[in-house]
Design a protein around this ligand. Structure first.
Ligand SMILES: NC(=O)c1ccc[n+]([C@@H]2O[C@H](COP(=O)([O-])OP(=O)(O)OC[C@H]3O[C@@H](n4cnc5c(N)ncnc54)[C@H](OP(=O)(O)O)[C@@H]3O)[C@@H](O)[C@H]2O)c1
Length: 268
């Protein structure tokens, strides 16, 4: 695998950073992106200290122009792309009736459009190497969550897009994996936006009771090697997807009750 190249969007924190270590440990050259240059160079350094060939490129996934330039830079530097991991993402927390439209648009721009921009720009190179595309979606892409309407919508959109793409790419040798983690300890809840678009700055859940980003990254890497189409993580996540399909009638109240228990929940 010495010459294989992976791009991980949002690779400076959480699941993306753990994936960078996982691919790097397995011989890939790793490109990570993010908006904050300090966090990015810190993650780049940590990877390099681990003897991983790593490059951080500042890139806002919500910008098509930035994303196309980032993909071109990777091709110029490394000569091609084997795997793209669409991981960059943010969350939000607000009742729908209170949320500013700009919040929903921002979440959609990063989570969904970011995936679309990077995938289209990288696809010719990935096809050339019969590589893969991984989307880091969520259980919220199978089951809508109250006070996360924009986040759920962005993940449902990702799931539909990736399923269509996977089908379209039959016969090309390109593998598409939709990975849906359950609650995972990371910075995502601290960085989530409130109804006015301000960063929440604190988590509303018990992070130490969640799967670690490293455990999630290992599961995703193994699912990719096994050429799985979808990966659904955590017992709670699997149960939610199962019940939503087969016992949909009772799930609204169950999901409502669960989200209502979060610290300072806007649900009454
Ligand atoms: N943690 C969970 O419970 C959980 C569960 C299911 C799915 N997921 C998904 O997993 C993915 C990673 O989340 P995480 O939990 O690891 O969160 P995290 O720790 O907050 O990491 C998010 C990463 O994305 C980057 N990012 C955010 N906006 C960006 C943008 N516009 N352009 C480029 N990079 C951007 C961040 O860097 P900058 O801020 O510097 O840009 C950071 O590196 C997300 O797609 C999330 O929806 C998470």
């Amino acid at each position: 695998m010495a010459n294989k190249v992976v791009i991980i969007t949002g690779g400076s924190s959480g699941i993306g950073k753990a994936l960078a270590f996982e691919f790097g440990k397995n011989g890939y050259s790793v490109v990570i992106t993010g908006r904050n240059p300090q966090n990015l160079s810190q993650a780049e350094k940590e990877l390099q200290d681990f003897k991983i060939k790593a490059k951080g490129i500042v890139c806002d996934s919500a910008s098509e122009e930035d994303t196309r330039a980032m993909i071109q830079e990777v091709v110029d530097l490394f000569g091609g792309i084997d795997v793209l991991v669409n991981n960059a993402g943010i969350s939000m927390r607000s009742m729908f009736e209170d949320v500013q439209m700009e919040v929903l648009k921002q979440v959609m721009d990063i989570n969904f459009w970011g995936t679309v921009y990077a995938t289209q720009a990288a696809l010719p190179y990935i096809k050339n190497r019969k590589g893969g595309i991984i989307g880091i979606s969520s259980i919220a892409g199978y089951r809508g969550l109250p006070v996360r309407s924009g986040y759920s919508a962005s993940k449902f959109a990702m799931n539909g897009f990736l399923e269509a793409l996977r089908t379209e790419l039959i016969g090309t040798g390109v593998h598409v994996l939709t990975a849906c983690p359950g609650f995972t300890a990371s910075n995502i809840r601290n960085a989530s936006l409130n109804s006015a678009g301000k960063i929440t700055g604190e988590t509303m859940r018990e992070e130490d009771k969640m799967m670690s980003a490293e455990e999630v990254a290992l599961e995703i890497f193994q699912a990719y090697l096994k050429k799985k189409k979808t990966l659904i993580l955590t017992f709670q996540g699997k149960l939610t997807v199962f019940l939503n399909k087969w016992l949909n009638g009772i799930l609204d109240q169950m999901v409502y009750n669960t989200l209502k228990k979060e610290k300072d929940s806007p649900l009454k």
